[in-house]
Write a protein that binds this ligand. Structure first.
Ligand code: ZN
Ligand code: ZN
Length: 435
C-alpha cells in the first residue's frame, strides 16, 4: 500500500470498529478520576494496550502508563499521548458522586483516541510499512486538581511537579522520544498558535493580632497588607505587553480568623500566566515586589512560595500542516478547520513542546464550554472514532517508509533540552521571605 492507501485502510478499519471505540470512550467517561488518583482509568488503559500484545509499563509518575510499539526498523520514536485525569465539576451529568470528578475537559475522548490509534497501528498490515517506534503514553494530572493532595505527594518526595507530563519528563520517559503528538476535545477541528505557561504563587501575609474594636493600633492587619499588594499589582497591569498575554488571577484561601480580631495571617493563592517563560517570570517578580512593599508599608512580614506550573506551548507549523491535511483530506473535508488560535490557558503539553517537536490539536464532537457542566459529547463518531483516525494518520505521515518526514521533524530545533528544562523548572521555584 502506498501512504494514501494505508491511510484509507486505517480509516476503514477504525470505522469497522466504531462501536468498540464508542463503548470504550463512554466507559472512560463514567470513571472520572482526579490527578494522580487515576487508578481505574490507568488500569483500563494498561489492560487495553496489553490486549494489543504490547509490553506495558505501569505506575510511571504514579498512575502513568507507557507501551512501545517497535517496527523493527530504525527511525524516530514518536510519542502518542492521552491524558488520564478529570476535574472537579460536581454538577456535571457524568460526575462521580463521591469525588465530584467529571470529564468536563473531554480527556476521556482524547485518551480513547490514543487507544484507537494503538489498535490500528498494531495491525501487521500497517506496521510493516513504518519505521521507528511508537510510544503510547497515558499521562496523569493535566488538570492538577486536588491541590492539597498533590502538594502532599510533592512534600513526601513522591513527585517533583504538579503536571503529569512534567513529572514524566523528570522520570526520563521523554528522553528517548523525538516527537510528541496529542489531541484535545473541542467543538471544532483546529490547531493552536500557542498556550500560556504559568507559575503558582502562594502569598502569605504575617501581621499581628489585636482587639479589632478596642486596640486596633496594637495590631498589624494582614488583610490590609494583602489588599495593598493587590492594589499595587493592579496599578501595574498596563506594563504587561499585549504579546505576552499576561493573566493574573487567584483566590483567598485564608482571609483572616475572626470578625473582632485584627487578622494576623492571610493567604492569597494566584497563578501568573504568560506567553514565554520570561514573561511569566517578569510578571511574577512584579507580584513579589508588591508583596515586599506591602510588608514594608505595614511593618509586617510576608512570604512568597513559587512553584513553576506549566511551560508555554510552542507551535511547530510543520506538524500543524500535516495534521490539517489529514483532517481535511481523510476525515472531515466539509467541516471548517481553523489554525492559529492562541490559548491564554495552560497545558503541561507545553512542557513537552519545550523539549520535543509537538502538536496539541483539537477535534470536534463536543458542545458547551470546557470545564463546565455543559461540556458534553454530541457526536460520538467525531469524538471517539475520528479522533483516533487523526492520531493514527499523523503517525503514518511521520513514520511511513523510512520515516523521512519523522526524521525531518525530529531534527527541528526546540527552545531547550531536558536538562535545561528541569533546571529552569527548579530554578523558577522558590520561597522568598520579606523583609
Ligand atoms: Zn482542562
Ligand atoms: Zn483538557
Amino acid at each position: 500500500m502506498n501512504k494514501n492507501e494505508l491511510k484509507e485502510f486505517i480509516c476503514h478499519f477504525l470505522d469497522e470498529h466504531k462501536q468498540e471505540l464508542i463503548d470504550n470512550g463512554e466507559y472512560l467517561l463514567h470513571i472520572p478520576e482526579l490527578a494522580y488518583k487515576e487508578y481505574k482509568t490507568s488500569e483500563f488503559v494498561a489492560g487495553y494496550l496489553a490486549g494489543l500484545g504490547l509490553n506495558v509499563r505501569k505506575n510511571i509518575a504514579i498512575t502513568g502508563v507507557r507501551a512501545d510499539l517497535n517496527t523493527g526498523k530504525p527511525g524516530p520514536v514518536t510519542a502518542v499521548l492521552g491524558e488520564l485525569d478529570a476535574l472537579i465539576v460536581p454538577d456535571h451529568p457524568f460526575a462521580d458522586t463521591t469525588s465530584g470528578a467529571a470529564h468536563a475537559c473531554g480527556h476521556h475522548a482524547a485518551l480513547n483516541a490514543m487507544l484507537g490509534c494503538a489498535k490500528a497501528l498494531c495491525l501487521p498490515e500497517v506496521l510493516q510499512h513504518l519505521s521507528g517506534k511508537i510510544s503510547f503514553m497515558a499521562t496523569p494530572s493535566e488538570e492538577c486538581q486536588d491541590q492539597p493532595y498533590i502538594a502532599s505527594l510533592i512534600a513526601e518526595k513522591k513527585l517533583q511537579f504538579f503536571g503529569g507530563k512534567s513529572q514524566m519528563i523528570a522520570e526520563n520517559e521523554f528522553k528517548d522520544t523525538q516527537i510528541a503528538l496529542m489531541l484535545h476535545a473541542g467543538d471544532k477541528n483546529f490547531t493552536v498558535s500557542g498556550f500560556n505557561g504559568f507559575v503558582m504563587k502562594r502569598l502569605i501575609f504575617k501581621g499581628k493580632s489585636a482587639h479589632a474594636g478596642a486596640y486596633p493600633e496594637q495590631g498589624i492587619n494582614a488583610i490590609s497588607m494583602m489588599r495593598s499588594a493587590m492594589a499595587m499589582l493592579d496599578a501595574q497591569r498596563d506594563t504587561f505587553r499585549d504579546e505576552d498575554h499576561v493573566r493574573i488571577h487567584g483566590y483567598i484561601p485564608d482571609g483572616g480568623q475572626a470578625v473582632n480580631v485584627v487578622p494576623h495571617h492571610t493567604v492569597f493563592t494566584l497563578q501568573v500566566r504568560g506567553a514565554t517563560p520570561q514573561a511569566v517570570q517578569d510578571a511574577s517578580e512584579k507580584v513579589d515586589r508588591c508583596v515586599h512593599a506591602a510588608a514594608i508599608a505595614f511593618g509586617g512580614k510576608a512570604v512568597v512560595e513559587n512553584i513553576f506550573g506549566f511551560m508555554p506551548l510552542i507551535n511547530y507549523p510543520e506538524l500543524d500542516e500535516l495534521h490539517r491535511n489529514n483532517v481535511l483530506n481523510f476525515i472531515a473535508p466539509q467541516a471548517p478547520f481553523i489554525t492559529g488560535i492562541y490559548r491564554p490557558s495552560s497545558t503541561d503539553m507545553g512542557d513537552v513542546s519545550m523539549i520535543k517537536p509537538s502538536i496539541h490539536g483539537y477535534f470536534r464532537g463536543f458542545s458547551g464550554t470546557a470545564h463546565t457542566v455543559d461540556f458534553l459529547v454530541t457526536d460520538p463518531v467525531q469524538a471517539y472514532v475520528d479522533s483516533a483516525k487523526m492520531l493514527a494518520l499523523n503517525v503514518i505521515d511521520l513514520l511511513y517508509g523510512d520515516a523521512r518526514t519523522g526524521r525531518e521533524i525530529a531534527a527541528l530545533s526546540t527552545p531547550m533540552d531536558q536538562e535545561e528544562y528541569l533546571q529552569k523548572m527548579h530554578g523558577y521555584s522558590s520561597r522568598i521571605e520579606y523583609p
